[in-house]
Every structure is written in C-alpha cells, then in structure tokens.
Write a protein that binds this ligand. Sequence first.
Ligand SMILES: Nc1ncnc2c1ncn2[C@@H]1O[C@H](COP(=O)(O)OP(=O)(O)O)[C@@H](O)[C@H]1O
Ligand SMILES: [Mg+2]
Length: 305
Amino acid sequence: MDTPVLEAKHLGIAFGGLKAVDDFNISINEGELVGLIGPNGAGKTTVFNLLTGVYKPTEGAFFLCGKKMNGKKIHQVVQAGIARTFQNIRLFKTMTVLDNVKVAFGMKFKYRLGSALFRYTTFWKEEKDIEEKAMDLLKIFGLEEKADYISSNLPYGQQRKLEIARALATGMKLLLLDEPAAGMNPTETAELLSCINVIRERFGIAILLIEHDMSLVMKICERIIVIDYGITIAEGLPAEIAANPKVIMAYLGADDEDDEFSEESGSEEESVKASENEFEDKAELDLENNLLNEQGKETEKDVKS
Ligand SMILES: Nc1ncnc2c1ncn2[C@@H]1O[C@H](COP(=O)(O)OP(=O)(O)O)[C@@H](O)[C@H]1O
Ligand SMILES: [Mg+2]
C-alpha cells in the first residue's frame, strides 16, 4: 500500500491540566477527503494547530508522506507541503486578488531591481509564468474576472475561495480547511462544494475538512472523524456517523443556540463571532505572521512602490 499523505498516531496535547486533544489517530491517502467534526470546543482547530507546527504535541507523532513532522517549525511544515485556511479569513487585504495568489507561489517575483537588472529576461519570464499559474488557479474558483480587485472588496464567499486558491498555490500535499463554509449563504456553499471536488480531481491532494455545516460534510467526505472533549468518539462513513448514537448525543448535548445539525449556516456576523476564540486567534496570528507575511509584507511594499 502507498504511504498515506498524513498519518497521525496517538497525537495529543494538554494545556495545563486540560487535554485539548487526546489519542488522535488519522490516516489520509492521496486524493482522499476526510471530515473532522465535533461540537464547539471539541479540539478540532487544535488538531490543525498540531498538524501545522503551531503547537508541539505533548504526545504521539504525525507524518507527512512517511516523514516525521513533530517539532518542525511552521515554515518547515509549509515547505514540506501542509497548507491550511483559517476559520477567520486571512488575506493580504490591500493587495489585489491576483497578487494574493502570486505571493503564495513562492515569489521569485520578490527579487526586483538588483538581480532583476541582470536577469531581466529571466525575471519577466518567471513573473509571467507565475501570473499564468495564478490565473489558472483563479479560473478554477471563478475568480479570474476579479483578478485586479483589491481582495478586501470581494464579497465574503469569494474571499474564502481566494483563501483556498492561495493555499493551493503553495503547492501542498495536504490541505487543511477550517470551517470554509462559515458565513456563506447556501449558493456560496454549493459553489464551494463543487470547488473542493474540482481541487481533488485536479490536484489529487489529501484534504482534511473541519466543518460546522453537517449537510456539507455528509455530502462530500468519504470518511468522517468525530471528536468531543478532545477524544475521538466515532469514525466511519457519513451514513454510519449520522446514525451513531454517541455522535447524536454529543451534538444534542452541545449549546442549544448552536444548532450544528442545521442545514442553514449562520449569518456572516454570527459565524465570525463564533470563530473568535482568543486562543485560536493568537495561534493563528502567530501562524500568519510566520507563514506568508515574511514574503507577503515585502511583496506588498514592492507592489505599492
Ligand atoms: N493555547 C491554548 N491554551 C489553553 N487552552 C486552549 C488553547 N488552545 C485551545 N485550547 C482549548 O482547547 C479546547 C479545544 O479548542 P478548539 O480546538 O479551538 O475547539 P474547536 O475548534 O473544536 O471548536 C477548548 O477548550 C480551548 O479553550
Ligand atoms: Mg475551531
């Protein structure tokens, strides 16, 4: 059998006395889409933080294509091929849609003047190449006509798509999506769903999807893992999960106001509020700073000047 793209064995982390994630096991192959669900505070985002080097696991290990990733720094994880999107959208707001994707392509784009004067032709060839690749990605997401828009001017659903396009541009093997449909209306959610399917077909990457919208998870995931209080309470096919009494209990036991089995996703405002978890924000902020900002900030400056 092929080596799985992602394999986690007995992964765990404790904050003080609290085990936020305990004995988490997963194996995802190329082209597979696995759902990770559970009530609010179950530990889903913490799993992503472990898999992206934001937190060091206090127990267990995880492997990308057979390579042990424990203790790797965020940028090393990204280089190895793990990319994620965030529960709260993170884009370079003042940059155009196209530039957001170009930055993520690794940025040969970065070396301007100095070396560019010497390597004028190479520079423009590479720049053009990146631009074409970036446009191709935008096309998949139906964003090609918005290429010159400033990203913060896009409607919410399109910003989410752009965030995924940018993640894809990093050339990853494993894509981690944290509640990508949060704040989307049903039409946008349906579009997102077909985008995710296209991504799987076109890129053959492994995807781990955290999603609040159960109907979406049930529709597109081939396997689902359910966690509650950091513990895996069920794993199986969507139909098995939907009928699992433990899962039903976990969801019914969750906050009343938080109707996770509901088909409708909440309003944009609600979802944004729901995702404002202070720990997560800090972790994600660190991640953002480390990840793309190094390249992005420089490029942003360059673009402006
Ligand atoms: N850095 C941290 N320090 C302390 N507790 C944390 C930290 N990060 C997450 N937690 C706690 O871990 C639990 C799981 O959080 P999280 O993974 O964000 O849940 P989910 O994404 O499933 O809603 C929560 O109780 C949260 O408060
Ligand atoms: Mg979360």
